[in-house]
Every structure is written in structure tokens, then in C-alpha cells.
Design a protein around this ligand. Structure first.
Ligand SMILES: [Zn+2]
Ligand SMILES: [Zn+2]
Length: 150
């Protein structure tokens, strides 16, 4: 979504309402964000003030099953002559993306106690158990064995 700031560029105190949807995709993540706010010419500087509500669709960091999460945040950004501005067109997508990544958790889990996938056979340990000899307990035993071997 691009918003032409030309009408408020030289008009201190004026503003433009901004409302629309921004969709971003990155690897396993898709975010549909509703952006609602305004661009304001405040003392000769253009500022973007907007409320954003995003629906994130991604996968669990442990077991890779689908995860959907809602995220809301506020954008308060002074618009400069950088990637966000092309001539007088404000690139709302890039500002939204920047704030989205700032507010997003680094990892997503389908549930707090997700057991993840077996590193050996790939079984989803939330739904099934497997007979592979891997995991935390095994590592502890290996450490113990190392001690005993000394
Ligand atoms: Zn999971
Ligand atoms: Zn397994």
C-alpha cells in the first residue's frame, strides 16, 4: 500500500487518513495486517501514526504444525527520505513490516509444552511416542557414561 503524501507535504498541520491491509510473507510466515491511522505534517515533519492488528500464520518452532497468532501494535514513525519514501509516496508496507518484526516473538509454539519432533524418526511426539533412543534423558545418560568411563 502506497499513500501519496504530496497534499500534506507543504501544509503544516494537515493530515491524511490511512486505512488498508498489508500482507507480508517471509519463509514460513504470512502476516495479514490491518493498518488504520494517519500521516500528519507536524512542524514540517511527516509522521505516521497507526494502529495495526495482524494475524500471523506460521509453524510451530518445535513440531512444525500450523500456528495462528494475533498481534496488535502501534506505529509511530517519523518519515524520512529512506526506503519508506519514494518521491512523495509513503510505502506503508515497509514501515508495517519493520514494526511487525520488532513486535513479533522470535519463536512460535503450537502450545507451551509442545514436545516437538523426534530428531531420529521425525515422529510428532505430541501425538505419538517412538522407540528411538534420543532426547534429553539419553544425553544425560551419555554424560553419566562419560564420567564412568574415566
Ligand atoms: Zn508444536
Ligand atoms: Zn523417533
Amino acid at each position: 500500500m502506497n499513500v501519496d503524501l504530496f497534499p500534506i507535504m507543504d501544509n503544516e498541520g494537515s493530515e491524511i487518513a490511512i486505512s488498508g491491509e498489508v500482507t507480508t510473507s517471509d519463509n514460513n510466515l504470512t502476516a495479514v495486517s490491518h493498518v488504520s491511522g494517519r500521516a500528519i505534517n507536524a512542524f514540517g515533519r511527516i509522521k505516521l501514526e497507526a494502529d495495526v492488528s495482524s494475524v500471523l500464520t506460521t509453524v510451530c518452532s518445535r513440531c512444525l504444525s500450523p500456528v495462528t497468532e494475533n498481534l496488535t501494535f502501534h506505529i509511530s514513525e517519523v518519515i524520512g527520505e529512506d526506503v519508506t519514501l519514494d518521491g512523495t509516496a509513503l510505502n506503508v508496507d515497509s514501515v508495517t513490516m519493520m514494526y511487525l518484526f520488532m513486535h513479533m516473538p522470535i519463536q512460535f509454539y503450537c502450545r507451551d509444552d509442545c514436545k516437538g519432533l523426534c530428531a531420529e524418526c521425525g515422529a510428532n511426539l505430541n501425538n505419538e511416542t517412538c522407540n528411538c533412543m534420543v532426547g534429553e534423558i539419553d544425553e544425560r545418560l551419555a554424560a553419566l557414561k562419560k564420567l564412568l568411563d574415566r
